[in-house]
Design a protein around this ligand. Structure first.
Ligand code: SF4
Ligand code: SF4
Length: 448
């Protein structure tokens, strides 16, 4: 398969150089891949366990939206991991070779690597299959490992590599330089004045502030109503807060394919908080970004001198203390809630957003399935590439049917990736609904 026809597109030499990743000639890839897999098996014990313990019971197959949406057998979680397992059995497992062959062992070749690339970019790392697997196999972890291996084989996706490069150079995924960031913030302050008649500040680099708020850059530059809502909430609650000019990004794409990028992003965030002397870091709306904060920040950059909390936990505190109030009548539409995978299955954020929703909207309806069992939007793990739109539409099909069956007018999807994925794919599936973040809905209902 040529480099060009791989969907999503493979990174080019310049993107590899930016991330200090090697170019590997196609004919050298099978051997290099074996060496990388061998190294990985030494330090990723969970990967070895997942490759060893699968009984091929099939309980995961019908639980994966990727398989349900594409009907491609390789998108069954078990079959996806078998693409690695067969090489593992051939080279790294013990026992007589005829038994291993009978058990599916197969030598690695260039086609195997193409299959890895294709199918580990059709897994949204949503973790739904892990809930149903009696052995606890988390295919998302295998996908993360295999994308890491592909990156070190010179084959990250162009999209992911470009975002990681933007983040390293500018502190945000969009690659906006600091003067543009500051201009944008000034513009939003003017918008807030026009909308409310109040001087609602958006502080930057305010030393000694109580809160360092880290939004996703898409909320800062695209879904600006949600970002301005957060500024209004901090203002009304009387909280001293600030942004950091060094990092205006909570979406950490390194988690999806390149651990060094993930670690560096996390380090930047912690350093910004320390330099400003804040009391806590507050994460904006981003599912996997929150997963990174919650699960890895303390481990890789701790001990931390402050807690990391999610915006919803923070705002819920204000609501319970009576520091802010909502007028539900400002959100009279029927609203349903999409659980971002990394909130519900990796971030302990299930009831908090529901408590906020029930306080700020009049007509809330639950979706089925919901909470830990909710389906992914199909954009998880950064599958947001334009060239992958057909795949994205297929991956979104189960979610689209869930949303349709609620009859809701508004779909609350409080994650930067879900908000980027859902409007287009729901339109494709002819589901007539408006997608909004929870911040947007809180902003509409906030009594200033
Ligand atoms: S449910 Fe678990 S054990 Fe069963 S086939 Fe799927 S991954 Fe293997
Ligand atoms: S993590 Fe999600 S997308 Fe990936 S195999 Fe499991 S259910 Fe499917």
């Amino acid at each position: 398969m040529s480099e060009q026809v791989r969907i999503p597109y493979v990174a080019r030499e310049k993107e590899l150089k930016d991330l200090y990743l090697p170019m590997v000639a196609p004919e050298d890839r099978p051997q290099t891949a074996l060496e990388l897999l061998g190294e990985m098996l030494k330090y990723k014990r969970s990967l070895k366990l997942y490759l060893d313990v699968c009984t091929h019971c099939g309980a995961c197959a019908e639980q994966c939206h990727s398989y349900l949406g594409t009907k491609d057998p390789y998108n069954m979680p078990v079959a996806r991991v078998d693409l690695v397992r067969r090489v593992y059995k051939q080279v790294f497992a013990s026992g007589p070779s005829f038994l291993r062959t009978w058990d599916g062992a197969k030598a690695i070749d260039q086609e195997t690597i193409d299959l890895w690339y294709k199918y580990f970019h059709q897994c949204n790392q949503c973790r739904r299959c892990a809930i149903f697997c009696p052995k606890g196999i988390d295919t998302a972890e295998v996908t993360i490992a295999m994308r890491e291996l592909l990156a070190h084989l010179g084959m990250p996706s162009r999209f992911h590599a470009g975002i990681a490069k933007n983040m390293a150079k500018t502190g945000n995924n969009m690659g906006n330089p600091l003067p543009a960031v500051l201009d944008g913030i000034e513009f939003l302050e003017e918008e807030l004045k026009e909308e409310t008649g109040l001087d609602i500040p958006i502080p930057v680099d305010k030393e000694g502030a109580e809160v360092l708020f880290n939004p996703s850059s898409s909320d800062l530059y695209v879904n600006t109503d949600g970002f301005m809502a957060v500024a209004k909430i901090f203002y009304k609650a009387g909280v001293s807060w600030t942004l950091s000019s060094k990092i205006t990004e909570t979406a950490n794409f390194g988690l999806f394919f390149h651990e060094p990028s993930m670690r560096e992003h996390s380090r930047l965030l912690v350093q910004a908080g320390k330099e400003l002397g804040v009391k806590r870091l507050v994460a904006g709306e981003c599912g996997h970004g929150w997963r990174t904060w919650r699960m890895f920040t303390e481990t890789i950059n701790g001990p931390l001198p402050f807690p990391v909390v999610h915006l919803f936990e923070e705002v819920l505190g204000y609501l319970r203390d009576g520091r802010i109030k909502f007028d539900k009548s400002m959100n009279p539409e029927v609203v349903t809630y999409h659980d971002p995978c990394n909130y519900a299955r990796a971030g302990d954020l299930i009831n908090q957003p529901r408590e906020l929703l029930s306080a700020c909207v009049q007509n809330f309806v639950e979706m089925t399935p919901t909470k830990e069992l909710s389906f992914c939007c199909g954009g998880g793990s950064g599958i947001l590439m334009d060239e992958a739109m057909k795949i994205r539409e297929a991956l979104a099909q189960p979610k689209a049917e869930c949303v349709r069956s609620t009859g809701a007018e508004i779909l609350c999807a409080p994650c930067a990736i879900c908000k980027a994925q859902l409007p287009d794919v729901l339109e494709h599936h002819k589901v007539d609904v408006t997608v909004k973040g929870l911040s947007d809905l809180m902003g509409r209902a906030l009594i200033l």
